[in-house]
Structure formats: structure tokens, C-alpha cells
Design a protein around this ligand. Sequence first.
Ligand code: ADP
Ligand code: MG
Length: 302
Amino acid sequence: MLSAPAFAAALPESVPASVFPVPALPAPPLPPPPHAASRATPIDTKHTLRMLVARELTKEFMSGSHQLTVLRDVSFAIPQGAFVAIVGTSGSGKTTLLGLLAGLDTPSHGTVILDGVDLRRLTEDQRAKLRGEKVGFIFQSFQLIPTLTALENVQVPLELRGESGASARAVELLTRVGLRDRVDHFPSQLSGGEQQRVAIARAFSNRPRILFADEPTGNLDASTGGRIVELIEELNRESGTSVVLVTHDLGLAARASRMIRLADGLVVEDREAGMGNRESTSREGVSIPDSRFPIPDDKEVA
Ligand code: ADP
Ligand code: MG
């Protein structure tokens, strides 16, 4: 079994190690799933309804001597349990936006409120902890560890969180994504679609409140990609996990309940998707908050 630092070191270079944060102490018991929690305690509707809020997010990079503005004043609110697609052409800022939403990167201006917590007020370590507790990720390139089997790829992060019964839970998750008879295969012995299923099982292992997926079907053929999105959709429905899916495939985006379109770093469209030809509520070049879930002001946020 890999030690925590060895696991972090074994991650492919393009995955920030902090995506899989390693707890210094044995992790506390996992919180009950959202539906159980909501039975036990009164629901704080003000915060639980807004799983994720982007408020006037701007991201600038220095490129040589000039400044590049990649996101401009992006604002929207996503309710708990929503399945949202972010679409836009290559270079429109989708990956940058996802990084900010997931707390992997910090905005130049504006803020993200994730499950009621203003990320601007957290240190990098606190953001990593929050990700470990609440966030799942899926990447276009699967990002499995090549020297670990499918089972180990799911099991090791669970063990690093100090979960007991990690092996049984990993088998359960892999069974859920249809890979019960592939648990001992290494990534190289799995098809692209199967590798992405392992990545989905891993992403759901911490029972995330929200799942971010960056072009998860980008390396798959259309029908395999369609099945992967179906699976994400099913897990979204069953677990109540909110999903933010980045794709440039409008067919896949239409499966989401909401579609946010970026162009040149601006939200140019924000509408319910998959519901026929409903009229868009957007105007070119203007970011439109969802009026049903208004963006909270500072004093409402933890
Ligand atoms: P998308 O995912 O929609 O294809 P990205 O968010 O990856 O778009 O990139 C948007 C723009 O930001 C691109 O022009 C890209 O070159 C630029 N960009 C992204 N990351 C950086 C960075 N670290 N430094 C400079 N420019 C960047
Ligand atoms: Mg991208």
C-alpha cells in the first residue's frame, strides 16, 4: 500500500496533489449523506439551496508584458442537486472557471461560495480540506495511477482519508459503475470508457456534495461518452450530488438541466437545457444570475 506522500507523488503531474488532500490525522467519521442529514436536522434552506455561487469572478493572467483577461465578471448561482453544463469554444475560459469554482485556483477579483463557505476567506490548506470533504473531480484524461489496479485507484484515497472498510466500499463503487469484474485490471488493461468509470467511482468515493467534470468525454467516442454522461446523470439523481460538467459537446450539454455558455470569458447565455426550445433568458455579453437563486450578498455568507 502506498503511503500518503507516495500516493501524492504518484499522481500524474497534471493533477494538483491537493485534489486528493492527505489528512494529517485520521479523518473524522464521514458526514451522513445529504438526505439523511436533512432528516436529522432542520434544513438551512438559505445555504443548502445555493450549492455554488460565483460572484463577479474575474481572472487575469500576465502574458509577457501584457495582461490577459480570461474571465470577466462571471456570476451565477447553482442550487443543490442541479446538473449544470458549462459550454463554450476552446479557449473561452471553461477550465479556468472550473478551477476557480472548485477552489483549485483563486480569482483576481470576485469570489466563490461553495456550500455556504466563502472561499476567499480560506487559506490554501483550508480549501484543500474543504475539497476533500465536499468536492469530486473528473478529468478528460482520467488521471488514474497507472501502477495501481482499478480497485486500488478507488481504495487508496479512501484509506488516506482514514475510512474503514475502504476495500468493500471501493468494490461497491466499482460495481455501481459496471466494473465489478474489472477490479483487478490496471488502467492500461481497460478501455477509455472503463478508465473514466474508475475515475467516476473514485470521484464519488468521498460522497461529494458537488462534482466537477472537465470535458470527461473528450477522449471517448460519442456513444461511450454518452454512456459516461448518463452514468454521471444517474449518480446525480441518486445521490443528490450537484454536478458541474464542462463540455463543448452541445448534445451532451442538452442532458443537463441548465446550460451556461461562455464566450471570451463572459457568460453569454444561461438557460434551462434539455427542455425543448425554451427561450433563453440571456443577452449577449451580460452575465445573468439565476433569479430563482439570487446571488447572496456578503453578510449572508459564512
Ligand atoms: P477552455 O477550457 O475553455 O478551452 P481555458 O480556461 O483553458 O479555456 O483557457 C482560456 C484562456 O486562458 C486561453 O486563452 C488560455 O491560453 C488562457 N490561460 C489559461 N491558463 C493560463 C495561464 N496559467 N496563464 C496564461 N494564460 C492562461
Ligand atoms: Mg478546457
